[in-house]
Design a protein around this ligand. Structure first.
Ligand SMILES: [Zn+2]
Ligand SMILES: [Zn+2]
Ligand SMILES: [Zn+2]
Ligand SMILES: [Zn+2]
Length: 380
C-alpha cells in the first residue's frame, strides 16, 4: 500500500518495505535525457543536478570545496523517499565533489558535500499524481539544457545557481569567474554573440550522465544462482549495464594470493569487501538506510562521535555509499593525483527533518584504500 503511494517506480526505494539490513544496489544505465529531468524524480550520475526543490537552491558558498574554495561539481543524486512520512514523500540526496585532484588527500572528506531536499506530496512544484510513463510532448516540459529554474539563473557550466551573465552577449550565466573563464576558453570565445550560440557542446566540466537503476542485493548463500549470474555477465549478456571495467577485472589471481599471504586486519576487511561485491561487480551504489556501510579498509572507520548530529538535533544514520567502481566510469586521470576514493559513506538525519524548500547539508565520510590495496587496484 505504501509502495503505491510512492510516485516514482524508479525510486531506489521501490522496495520500500525492506528491513533496514537489506541492501539495494545501484547500477549505471543509459537513459533518454528527459527521464533524468527534475519532474521525473531521477536517480542519476553526472550531468547537471536535477534540483528537487525549485526554490532556495544552495548558495555558492555551500557548494564550495572547503580546501581549494573552487565551486564543486555535481556527482550524483539518489531519489529516496521515505514511505509513510509525508514530509519525505519526495526526497533526493545530491552529492557534489571538487574537481581539483590535489584536494583528494588520504581519508579527507572536505572535497565532497551532500545535500538533502525533500517535499510533501502536495507541493508547489510538482503535480500530485505521478509523472506519466511516456515522454512528455515537446515544448511543455523544461529543456534539459535549462538555464534557470523558478527564477533562479543557473550556471551554464555546472548547473548550480549562477546569476552573473557574460558581459558581451548577456545570454549565458555563471556561478562565478572560475566557470566563466573555463567556458570562455573552452568554446564561448567562438560562440559568444554568434546566432547559434545555444547550439552548444555540453559542458566539459560535468561528469557523463547516466541513470542509476537499482535491484536488491541477493542473499549470499544462493551459490547456484550467483554462479549463473557471473557466467551470464562474462558472456556480456547483461546488456543493460554500461561497459565499464569492474574492480574485479583489474585484480588478477596472483594479486589475491599475495594479499592472502599477509593476512592483516586490513586485508581481512578488504577481502570481505571484495567477496561481497563479487556477485555484482558493476554496483556503483549500495543503499541501506539504517544499515551499515561496507568498508574497504579497517582504517579510518568513523565512530559514533565522528558523525555529527543533524542541525535539528537528531542523530544521523548511514543511508548509502558510493563504490570505487564508479571511478572506472568517470573520466578521471588514473596517473598520479586524481579524483579518488575507496568508498564514500553518506549519513543523513534519522528524522529526515523538514527545512521547507531548503537544501539541508548532510554528512559524508570518505574512506580511501590503504596504500598497498591502492597499488593492487591501480596496477594493471
Ligand atoms: Zn578543492
Ligand atoms: Zn558554475
Ligand atoms: Zn557571451
Ligand atoms: Zn534533522
Amino acid at each position: 500500500m505504501e509502495v503505491e503511494e510512492t510516485q516514482a517506480g524508479r525510486s531506489l526505494l521501490a522496495n520500500s518495505n525492506m528491513s533496514s539490513a537489506e541492501v539495494v544496489l545501484g547500477f549505471l544505465e543509459e537513459a533518454e535525457p528527459w527521464r533524468l529531468r527534475s519532474s521525473q524524480f531521477p536517480s542519476k550520475v553526472g550531468g547537471k543536478p536535477a534540483w528537487l526543490s525549485q526554490k532556495d537552491l544552495p548558495s555558492l558558498h555551500e557548494l564550495e570545496c572547503e580546501i581549494c574554495r573552487l565551486p564543486m561539481v555535481f556527482l550524483l543524486q539518489v531519489y529516496a523517499p521515505i514511505s509513510g512520512q509525508d514530509r519525505s514523500f519526495h526526497r533526493t540526496l545530491l552529492l557534489f565533489c571538487c574537481k581539483t585532484p590535489e584536494c583528494y588527500s588520504h581519508n579527507d572528506s572536505r572535497c565532497m558535500k551532500v545535500l538533502r531536499s525533500q517535499l510533501p506530496r502536495r507541493n508547489e512544484f510538482y503535480p500530485y499524481e505521478p509523472p506519466p510513463e511516456d515522454e512528455p510532448p515537446n515544448g511543455t516540459e523544461e529543456d534539459h539544457t535549462v538555464l534557470s529554474v523558478s527564477g533562479f539563473k543557473l550556471c551554464w557550466m555546472c548547473g548550480c545557481p549562477g546569476n552573473k551573465a557574460c558581459s558581451r552577449c548577456h545570454t549565458v550565466t555563471y556561478c562565478g569567474k572560475h566557470h566563466q573563464t573555463l567556458h570562455w576558453k573552452h568554446s564561448h570565445k567562438k560562440e559568444c554573440c554568434s546566432p547559434d550560440a545555444t547550439v552548444v557542446t555540453s559542458s566539459p566540466l560535468l561528469f557523463p550522465e547516466s541513470e542509476l537503476v537499482t535491484e536488491p542485493e541477493e542473499e549470499e548463500d544462493e551459490e547456484g544462482k550467483q554462479g549463473k549470474d557471473t557466467e551470464a555477465e562474462e558472456e556480456g549478456s547483461i546488456q543493460k549495464s554500461l561497459d565499464c571495467p569492474s574492480l574485479a577485472d583489474t585484480l588478477t589471481e596472483t594479486d589475491l594470493e599475495e594479499m592472502a599471504m599477509h593476512e592483516t586486519e586490513d586485508n581481512k576487511v578488504f577481502q570481505h569487501f571484495k567477496k561481497k561485491i563479487a556477485p555484482e561487480p558493476h554496483q556503483v551504489i549500495r543503499y541501506s538506510r539504517g544499515g551499515s556501510p561496507l568498508w574497504v579498509s579497517s582504517q579510518h572507520i568513523p565512530s559514533d562521535e565522528d558523525i555529527p548530529p543533524c542541525t535539528c538535533g537528531a542523530k544521523r544514520m548511514f543511508e548509502f555509499q558510493v563504490m570505487p567502481q564508479l571511478l572506472n566510469c568517470l573520466p578521471v586521470d588514473s596517473t598520479g593525483a586524481s579524483i579518488d576514493w575507496g568508498t564514500l559513506a553518506v549519513y543523513t538525519c534519522s528524522a529526515s527533518c523538514s527545512h521547507g524548500d531548503q537544501y539541508c547539508p548532510e554528512f559524508i565520510w570518505k574512506q580511501d584504500f590503504s596504500s598497498d590495496q591502492h597499488l593492487q587496484i591501480k596496477d594493471t
